[in-house]
Ligand binder design. Sequence first.
Ligand SMILES: *Cc1c(COP(=O)(O)O)cnc(C)c1O
Length: 367
Amino acid sequence: MIPAFELKTQYQSLADDIENAAAEVLRGGSYILGPRVRELETRIAERVGAAHAIGVGNGTDALHLALRALQIGPGDEVITTPFTFVATTEAIGIVGATPVFADIDLATFNLDPAAVEAAVTERTKAILPVHLYGQPVQMDALRAIAKRHGLAIVEDAAQAIGATFGGEQVGTLGDVACFSFFPTKNLGCAGDGGMVTTNDPSLFERVEMLRRHGGKVKYHHSELGLNSRLDELQAAILLVKEPHLDRWTEARRTLAARYNELLADVEGVVTPVEIDGVHAVYHQYTIRVEDRDAVQQRLKDAGVGTAVYYPVPLYRQEVHADLGYASGDFPQSEEAARTALSLPMFPELTHEQQDQVVEALAKALVA
Ligand SMILES: *Cc1c(COP(=O)(O)O)cnc(C)c1O
């Protein structure tokens, strides 16, 4: 069986270092907001090129805290994509604001800037682009729209750590950015974890305060906050893994280029497009095929794991029924949800395994 993703091989390659780092934390007796979280915040801020980074409980909380820091709440609209993980709109809803969807560009699976601009109203406060599958959104166009209408940009960079647009890292392309260290993300810990990055000192201060119960001074609370902190154990693990991230990203990019080559002559497969000026990090390698579910089942029968991110666009989810969208409102997202199939992608995937995936796919398409 070739799985869609696999975490154990990577763990084993660093097992001694990770276990030693974890044991040090356990013996040290400092478990929350200790020196390792601070060191990781510095490391991520430097990597991304942002002035500030704040470790938080997970990527969903990172989004929630970023929106709260921007004072976005009831009556405000936030424009985002319907073709993403639910955490994106969950965060918008949790702060009391309204998610407003704009359709994607099918070729990149990412927000279409023209659709974003068409969705701007008097109530719009922010744009929340998701760098889906590790490819940055067309950020120059989005920034121009944000500037014209006086909107904030919150990046959902949960799938895109290390990706660049025009030479700049995701995490610095808007006002504030959100990362996830969920185990399957490109830089994953052994539980939940997240990070917020920003160049804005006031947003930094607000996120920092809100992540620990809304108070600057212990036991003095100025507003309702959250308990959402990255812990020392996760930070210690991430400090061991982070120096390997660029190598892992290169492995993903090599695999993606190889998939592109191997699939070039396979009839019925649309391979992913990397837009100009972008360095994508291939959290997923996602193709489009007709009869997707049948193809996925045939691949499974042939011992190849794949995944569908995401089968139902968010505007058609029960949780968002109150937003009043109708089936078919976002045809590009609909088409993506109908045809997207993510092939096995993780840095440790071997070229031999990849050859087998392509062979099985070619067969599954003509079966
Ligand atoms: C994983 C993910 C999140 C949420 O991150 P968690 O750490 O799991 O809370 C948010 N947005 C996107 C696009 C994601 O892939």
